[in-house]
Design a protein around this ligand. Structure first.
Ligand code: PMP
Length: 433
């Protein structure tokens, strides 16, 4: 007994770099949704299947002649996948890309982001992050020893009677410029943006690009929602602007592109002088991504290259379908007074809960943002799961944007209808208490 007591560890085990990043909103909200929700519009994934051609590609790969597809492939990307990605992005960017040096495959866009921060950020480096942001940017910068520097998109009131659009959330050019200094190593750009659905305009991208060039700063460009843009808007790749190819890493995701988030296939595209360092991180951490999934995604891109710009292309079909779902959800929310901010892209929609705020009892002296308490109350009492917008802000700014929640509308019609039923019933109860 005394030996086993002695054997018990008493030293602190946690590495210092994990300090302050051990609490994560997703763990909490995913669990709440699983426990209480009847309708889950929280976490960002489709509840409809990926397209048949992609599933069929996977089955072909799995059961095909080449049993070598069950083994390791090239560490930096399965050759058929990096080849087709080089071809596809070469076309989009109007430049010749070398599959072996200008493309690297990762375990989802998530690992691509991790590779970037580990490869480029040193102790003391600053990384500019535009708020609201996909939350892992902040923690990944910190884990690399860097300092995140936040700059918010500032909402402008829409014209009378009009719904707010994600385009009404804009950077203040002077404020953005003031964040760049000699310690700035990189800026993270996410267009189309999760959670707002903002699609940055050419003018906004040029503003960012000019500052990157002026201060010799890298751009980590998270473009996982590149195909999900609505109302005829164009997704502009910042790497195509003057002076930017050389300093930009583009990040993409088959999860978002082909509605298969569980496959966890992602990629980076950029100049070799940047990608060579991503390869070093990849080689020494993950090393390799599932061959079968990479092979099937390669076939998916082959199909899309052949159908590029044609009506049957999934990259045309999917946004068309999602735009319809977006408009449905807008209508549902607007009808009950939960003011939607019309997203120009992504499959997320942020709504203003000011009118519903009074439903949830206030807790004086709580430092938990109101929207977070609201979202928890809503899932427990109404069975509807969404994510508070404050989860996409830094600690310092969380309470400035605490009356919004984010819904995901990449859902079957039945799911969206069930959400509408909950909202309508809720409104009736409010009117006849
Ligand atoms: N970037 C953004 C902006 C995202 O929303 C997500 C997924 N929610 C990712 C990256 C991660 O993508 P993946 O699933 O391919 O790792």
């Amino acid at each position: 007994l005394s030996l086993s007591l002695q054997a018990k560890m008493s030293r602190p085990v946690q590495a210092q770099r994990l300090e302050g990043i051990d609490k994560n909103v997703w763990v909490e909200f995913v669990k709440l949704a699983a426990t209480y929700s009847t309708v889950n519009l929280g976490q960002g994934f489709p509840d409809f299947p990926p397209p048949d051609f992609l599933k069929e590609a996977f089955v072909r790969t799995l059961s095909g002649k080449s049993h070598m597809l069950h083994q390791y492939t090239r560490a930096f990307g399965h050759p058929p996948l990096v080849k087709i990605l080089a071809q596809f992005y070469g076309k989009l960017l109007g430049r010749d890309l070398d599959p072996m040096t200008n493309v690297m495959v990762t375990v989802g866009a998530y690992q691509a982001l991790f590779c970037c921060f580990q490869a480029f950020v040193d102790e003391g480096d600053e990384v500019i992050i535009i708020e609201p942001f996909f939350d892992c940017y902040e923690t990944m910068v910190k884990m690399a020893g860097g300092t995140p520097v936040f700059v918010p998109l500032r909402p402008k009131a829409p014209k009378d009677g009009k719904l707010m659009s994600s385009a009404d959330w804009q950077l203040d050019p002077d404020e953005l410029a003031s964040k760049f200094n000699a310690r700035t190593k990189a800026i993270v750009l996410n267009s189309p943006n999760n959670p707002l659905g903002k699609v940055f305009s050419r003018g906004e991208l040029e503003l960012i690009a000019d500052l990157c060039v002026k201060h010799d700063v890298l751009c980590i460009s998270d473009e996982v929602y590149e195909w999900l843009v609505y109302d005829g808007k164009e997704h502009i790749r910042i790497a195509s602007l003057r002076g930017m190819w050389d300093r930009t890493v583009i990040i993409g995701s088959a999860g978002k592109t082909f509605s298969a988030t569980g496959w966890k296939v992602g990629w980076t595209v950029g100049p070799n002088r940047l990608l060579q360092h991503l390869r070093t991180v990849h080689q020494n951490s993950v090393y390799h991504c599932a061959t079968l999934a990479q092979d099937a995604v390669a076939q998916g891109f082959q199909r899309e290259l052949e159908l590029y710009g044609k009506p049957d292309s999934y990259f045309i079909q999917l946004p068309k379908e999602l735009q319809r779902k977006r408009d449905w959800l807008i209508q549902s929310l607007d009808a009950v007074g939960m003011k939607p901010i019309v997203p120009e892209g992504t499959y997320f929609l942020v709504a203003d809960i000011s009118k519903f705020k009074s439903d949830v009892p206030d807790v004086p002296d709580s430092d938990e943002p109101y929207d977070s308490r609201f979202a928890k109350w809503m899932v427990k009492n109404k069975g509807l799961a969404a994510i508070p917008l404050s989860a996409f802000y830094s600690e310092a700014h969380k309470n400035n944007y605490n009356h919004f929640i984010r819904f995901c509308f990449a859902k079957e019609e039945a799911t969206l209808k069930a959400a509408n039923d909950i909202l309508q019933k809720w409104k009736q109860e409010k009117m006849n208490p």
